[in-house]
Design a protein around this ligand. Structure first.
Ligand SMILES: *[C@@H]1O[C@H](CO)[C@@H](O)[C@H](O)[C@H]1NC(C)=O
Ligand SMILES: *[C@@H]1O[C@H](CO)[C@@H](O)[C@H](O)[C@H]1NC(C)=O
Ligand SMILES: *[C@@H]1O[C@H](CO)[C@@H](O)[C@H](O)[C@H]1NC(C)=O
Ligand SMILES: *[C@@H]1O[C@H](CO)[C@@H](O)[C@H](O)[C@H]1NC(C)=O
Length: 358
């Protein structure tokens, strides 16, 4: 009897000795590192919104299925969901060892014996969650070959949106100014003057903004989310998983829709960018006060650190950074912000009832 009691206490202690930080944030970070251009072979615009939404959808599913379990079981379940979806999103064997190393690294911190009954249960929950999302996304359009020719994209060429918000045609933006119109010429002059490498009129602060915003936006927004949320959801895996699933569905949907159907790529053959105004709703308010550093350092410009006191301000600067960087027209940035705001609100509005429309 006494032995049994001690054994139970030890077992309980092992189960409770979980990873002390936020496991969902751990996987958000690993995902960002994995998708980074250098690692997947120098892709300029990696599909960072798409794969992150898939990973976070599976994590949230695993979190809901394991929410009645001890913390370590939840952590192991979401870790396997993350691991399996990451392997799938990278579609191949090249990154297997790297993805495996991310899981191997975190297992001792979670501290749950993978061969115990609860360990096996956790692994099964994670695997099943990943499998469900992977099967659902297998025909989402990402693998379709679309030759790059300068014409407006057809709706069939868009990746399916996340969370049951409908098709991309719902989110149609107004046409850009016609080529050679006065409005277009003015925009062109402005953007050339601001975005030129050796511009003499761009303010030093704006040049810094361009470098600050150089990173793939979903990675930046997730990092901002980390500094705002901190460790506050570390023991509530389901709440953390829900938060990051909402954020990343919205980021992915915004990224997919902003390449609008009326766009004339001859004039603007650059990729879309994301600036997700509805982070207001996700974060629960506009006023924040956090320090955020850039991660991408190019042209000998070091880490740029900014104090972010308003989400709306951060969204605006994120859009402007592409103008100052000579990548986008101001009107594209402004319209992009509006469309993304709309898509983000729709994604959040439907999340409770449609989050598992993967
Ligand atoms: C900037 O550089 C380009 C060549 O790259 C040159 O044609 C142009 O005159 C320069 N502009 C200024 C304002 O120095
Ligand atoms: C934000 O925080 C910094 C450093 O903690 C502080 O100096 C600054 O006054 C704060 N700004 C606002 C608007 O609260
Ligand atoms: C960027 O992020 C990676 C991964 O978190 C980290 O190893 C690296 O030190 C960061 N670089 C900068 C310049 O902050
Ligand atoms: C991603 O790659 C860029 C370019 O090499 C690098 O500056 C940045 O630190 C990397 N970010 C992460 C999160 O590893």
């Amino acid at each position: 009897m006494r032995v049994w009691v001690i054994f139970s206490i030890v077992a309980a202690t092992v189960v409770n000795a979980a990873y002390s930080s936020d496991i969902v944030q751990y996987w958000v970070d690993q995902s960002a590192i994995l998708v980074n251009g250098t690692i997947i072979g120098g892709l300029q615009s990696p599909p960072s919104g798409w794969y992150e939404a898939i990973v976070q959808g599976a994590i949230y599913l695993a979190a809901t299925k394991s929410s009645h379990e001890p913390l370590a079981v939840q952590q192991l379940a979401v870790s396997h969901a993350a691991h399996d979806t990451l392997l799938w999103t990278f579609h191949g064997t090249r990154l297997h060892a790297t993805v495996n190393s991310k899981l191997r690294f975190i297992l001792p911190a979670i501290g749950l014996d993978a061969t115990s009954a609860s360990g096996l249960r956790a692994i099964e929950i994670g695997r099943q969650a990943a499998k469900k999302v992977i099967i659902a996304r297998a025909d989402d359009g990402i693998n379709n070959f679309v030759d790059y020719i300068p014409k407006p994209a057809s709706p069939a060429e868009f990746i399916r949106l996340f969370g049951g918000v409908g098709g991309v045609t719902r989110f149609k933006a107004p046409a850009p100014p016609a080529p050679e119109s006065a409005e277009f010429e003015a925009a062109l002059d402005f953007d050339k003057a601001q975005g030129m490498r050796n511009s003499t009129i761009r303010k030093a602060y704006d040049t810094e903004t361009a470098y600050f915003g150089r990173e793939s936006s979903p990675i930046t927004w997730n990092r901002l989310a980390h500094v705002v949320v901190g460790n506050s959801l570390a023991t509530d895996v389901k709440a953390s998983a829900k938060f990051y699933a909402q954020l990343n569905y919205a980021l992915a949907n915004a990224a997919i829709t902003v390449t609008d159907l009326t766009w004339n790529p001859l004039l603007l053959p650059t990729p879309n960018h994301q600036e997700y105004l509805s982070t207001h709703a996700t974060f629960g308010g506009d006023r924040i006060n956090v320090t955020l550093s850039s991660n991408v350092t190019i042209d000998g410009v070091g880490v740029v650190t900014r104090q972010i006191t308003s989400l709306a301000g951060a969204v605006k600067e994120n859009g402007d950074s592409r103008v100052f960087g000579g990548i986008h027209f101001q009107y594209a940035s402004d319209q992009g912000g509006k469309t993304e705001d709309w898509v983000g609100r729709e994604t959040l509005a439907r999340f409770e009832s449609h989050w598992d429309d993967f």
